[in-house]
Design a protein around this ligand. Structure first.
Ligand code: NG1
Ligand code: ZN
Length: 536
């Protein structure tokens, strides 16, 4: 195809050293931005194929590198309902992107169309957005060139948070149907969230101001915009937006943001967190959320994804009981091996809810959460959401309340169904959910932190010769290869009380990660170091 051949020549792929390939990983293609132009062009071709394969439904493409440094960027495909690209198609993405020449690219493209029985005459529609990284502009131009070469309709939503793009994909494909997800615009997103927030609050009061660190990313301007939609006379939401400088690209994710807070286990140095003030941090594309405060006595206290998950599961579980729906709706929690063991114990023993462990990466958690009527899933790093099945959503609306308390529970559940982003983890939506729950319970962050005590834990990154030698089973909790390594880890774990440890190859970095938890901080550290020595 001549159009593709000519356009591809203008957006070439950067050849990698022999034997190395670009890979569509957990977060799509993510690397130094200057390697991504050709990749973005080719992702345009793939998104057009995917749209045609799915009866011309809109496909999304998001350009972001989330919590990674400003010089990085990434390209990621979103499926019609706003969830991640179907796993089978990751291979096709990888095949297109690694085609060694323009001619080879056309050959792979044509072969994919034939093999997948795609009618190239059908219309195709692709909607896209990007975060605030300056490199995003070039990548959008390349993406648009790919769409033009593939004769697909492009819809450019300009600068967005990742969850906003997911929202827009689902809204586009459900427009005018009974399952309409909301208006197809950024304003539609704000209106939907603000309306549901006010409805979920219904006069309850928020316990003091909230300082929101936006990682100097796209979340800053978008949160500020959203706040304009909250009627001041209905909800007293006193938000101070900090680290919202998007004009100096180099400060993006620098010493701030959800990833900094979670991995460093401390508050961003700037602006200084005032003792006792409620704080939270978003990441660079506003899909992760971590809460914390600096206690005048005990210092920094963090409430991470596991805490948000157990808070949501506990509150929603109580509402479902209150609404008289416990026998009808199955509630479950989905975690990864990185979830703190204390959270798992709290959810299973205290909340009496089932917990399923999946491999790392939200696509796995999302998929398993869909198996429940109410599926709560969060990674420890603060990325997650709560999914409601169509049965659950209709039960909230249709069940006849037998008492005012039951009506109240049903109304709150229905409001949460609209407030919580159903497509993907969304820091702004999750933050509103947390505020609703704390307001309903009349809890401070300290009350929330008191529900259980985290086990001390340590996460270390270990450089290894070849990370591909490390293969796992049992949702990444055990190593099957290299042979013998797991036995050694088991021996090390046995030496400590309440201990757990595992090692796995990172899906996003060229390294292995070792996680360890134990009864005391020093034991957790010691165990992590022992296991690190086993695998390096
Ligand atoms: P890897 O690099 O595979 O450990 C990291 C995070 C995941 C997930 C992905 C995608 C940890 C331990 N791992 O994966 O939770 O968020 O990045 O962003 O935090
Ligand atoms: Zn992110």
């Amino acid at each position: 195809d001549k159009a593709i051949l000519a356009a591809s020549a203008k957006h070439p792929i950067v050849p990698l050293p022999r034997g190395q390939f670009y890979n569509y990983g957990t977060a799509g293609f993510r690397m130094k931005a200057d390697l991504l132009e050709g990749i973005s062009f080719r992702v345009g071709l793939l998104a057009a194929l995917r749209s045609r394969k799915l009866n011309s439904q809109a496909i999304g493409v998001m350009i972001t590198a989330s919590h990674n440094p400003a010089v990085d960027n990434g390209v990621k495909i979103v499926d019609p309902l706003g969830d991640m690209l179907e796993q089978d198609w990751e291979r096709y993405a990888t095949a297109l992107v690694n085609a060694p020449s323009d001619e080879a690219l056309v050959a792979v493209y044509t072969r994919l169309a034939t093999d997948l029985k795609i009618d190239l005459r059908l219309p195709a529609k692709v909607i896209y957005g990007r975060d605030t990284r300056p490199s995003g502009h070039t990548l959008v131009v390349a993406l648009a060139a790919g769409l033009e070469a593939a004769n697909a309709e492009p819809v450019d939503f300009k600068i967005l948070t990742t969850p906003q793009l997911h929202y827009l994909v689902r809204a586009t494909n459900s427009e005018g149907t009974p399952l309409s997800y909301g208006k197809v615009s950024e304003v539609g997103y704000y209106e939907k969230l603000a309306e549901a927030f006010v409805r979920a609050m219904r006069g309850r009061r928020i316990n003091g101001p909230l300082s929101v660190d936006c990682a100097n990313g796209v979340g800053g301007p978008k949160l500020a915009e959203f706040l304009k939609y909250i009627p001041k006379d209905k909800v007293n939401f006193d938000v101070k937006v900090v680290n919202d400088d998007v004009l100096r690209p180099e400060v993006l994710n620098l010493d701030c943001g959800a990833d900094y807070v979670k991995t460093k286990q401390r508050a961003p140095p700037s602006p200084k967190s005032l003792p006792g003030v409620r704080c939270c941090s978003l990441d660079g594309d506003a899909d992760r959320l971590i809460y914390y405060w600096v206690d005048p006595e005990s210092g920094f206290v963090m409430l991470d994804g596991d805490r948000i998950s157990s808070l949501a599961a506990s509150f929603i579980g109580d509402l479902v009981d209150g609404a008289g729906l416990r026998d009808e709706l199955r509630i479950g929690v989905v975690q990864t091996a990185y979830a703190n063991g204390a959270s798992t114990t709290y959810i299973t023993r205290h909340l009496k809810l089932p917990v399923i462990c999946t491999p790392t990466g939200v696509k796995h958690l999302h998929h398993v959460a869909q198996g429940f009527d109410i599926g709560v899933y969060f990674e420890a790093n603060g990325h997650g959401t709560v999914l409601f099945s169509p049965d659950a959503l209709s039960a909230f609306r249709k069940k006849e309340p037998q008492s005012p308390a039951q009506k109240d529970a049903l109304d709150t559940l229905a409001a949460l169904g609209d407030l919580i982003n159903q497509t993907v983890g969304d820091a702004i939506s999750d933050m509103l959910m947390v505020e609703v729950i704390l307001a309903h319970k009349n809890w401070t962050l300290r009350d929330w932190a008191m529900t259980y005590a985290d086990l001390p834990n340590r996460l270390v990154r270990v450089e290894v010769g070849n990370k591909d030698l490390f293969r796992t089973t049992d949702a990444e909790r055990r190593l099957s290869h290299p042979e013998g390594a797991q036995e050694e880890i088991d021996q090390a774990v046995k030496k400590y009380k309440d201990a757990r440890s595992f090692a796995r190859a990172s899906g996003t970095e060229n390294a292995c990660r070792v996680y360890a938890e134990a009864a005391t901080r020093s034991e957790a550290n010691e165990l992590a170091e022992r296991v690190a020595r086993i695998i390096e």
